[in-house]
Design a protein around this ligand. Sequence first.
Ligand code: OFO
Length: 168
Amino acid sequence: MLSEAMAAALNKQVQLEAASSQAYLAMASWADIQPGLQGVTDFFYQQSDEERIHMLKLLKYVNERGGFGVVPPLEQPILTFLSLKRAFEEFLKHELIVTASINDLVHLALAEKDYATHNFLQWYVTEQMEEERLARTLNEKLELIGEDKSGLYLFDRDIMAYRGTGKG
Ligand code: OFO
């Protein structure tokens, strides 16, 4: 059985994962109307879907452990970006916030000696390591490319290949 504090903290994470899904959906929709960014568009649509799965997993876990998984309200995310680089900077910024939040949850699970939740959270710890690595890699690529059009063309063409394996 989850403590009240743990259930509340997990529900906060449900909200953050939902916000991630919304944020990446907005990035996908923005990319979709830019010329020639089909790869980036697909990437963010997929990221958005994955974040929804992360949210669901948490929600179900809260219910399984005797809490109540609360469906959060939707806030409108940032809708437009000055450049592709700015969108990917937001992506990294967001992932760093999520990592910090997962770390806080792990800390709470240990403090409460809730080893089941600690075990459950390990999937998120690994996931965040991968997401952060991906976001950093993509930002580094864009830094190198700068305004070079052929570089951006290749970035868009190859973006799925940077994802690597083991995506959740
Ligand atoms: Fe939910 O994995 Fe990133 O944010």
